[in-house]
Design a protein around this ligand. Sequence first.
Ligand code: NDP
Length: 257
Amino acid sequence: ISSLKGQNVLITGASSGFGWYSALNFAKYDSNLILFARRMERLEKLKEEIRILYPTISVRIYKVDVSNKQSIEEAFKQVNTDIKRIDILVNNAGLSQGSDPLRTISEESIDIMINTNVKGLVWVTQLVLPGMLQRNSGHIINVGSIAGLNTAPVLSVYGATKHAVHALSESLRIETVSSNIKVSEICPGLAETEFGGVCFNGDEEKEDQIYGNMELLTGQDVADMILFIASRHPRCVISQAVILPVSQANTFVVHRQ
Ligand code: NDP
């Protein structure tokens, strides 16, 4: 995919799952990488893996907590001195917290999900977009979820944050329609990453109720879709892509063996 060669790609949440595999995918096609996450040791590991596999690729890693505006702003001071431009932004960092119903979900869980999945995405976008507008080019790929298109019991606030990602993607596409900037939303279904472990804080029994007895998407499946979205001709944008395991019909309807 020659169009990705030399492109500077910023991926949030690159220390695991979709972000990790996306970093490897973009490196394979000669893009340079700017990687954000809180776990620096993971980013160091990924950087080393990429150095061995694709030694010519530039990989810059930054410790960023996207739920904290100050952390993002500090990182961007460094990013802006290190790199001239960001061509592709993959807003991927995100998480869910437990499966409590709306009536009992804690203030803390609500804040963590909204600050990370919604505000974090907005803050990072606000720092990348001006440069894209100035150059009249760029691509923002937001990782939403099938839970952003329909919902299920127990998803309450997580579903709301992903509905917000959907609305933000639509709004931004309208805002930028007179430019060459592309805005895409990818909506994956159930996937095997660290997401379930984070959501249920390591409680395997609870995780198994949601993720067990079915063949899940892999991180690679989703990263391949992100790569496909990022590599289309400048004249076209994949505005929204939904990718599900074959035994999932929507957020709620899942066939388990
Ligand atoms: P993982 O848990 O494997 O990866 C999540 C990534 O987000 C990690 O790199 C983590 O890095 C990062 N992250 C979380 N919170 C923060 C934060 N405050 N600041 C910076 N980075 C953060 O999950 P996935 O790869 O599955 O998730 C990626 C995206 O896909 C999320 O937005 C998720 O909502 C979405 N999604 C996942 C699905 C699934 O079933 N797995 C289905 C549909 C959508 P670190 O902890 O090092 O900061």
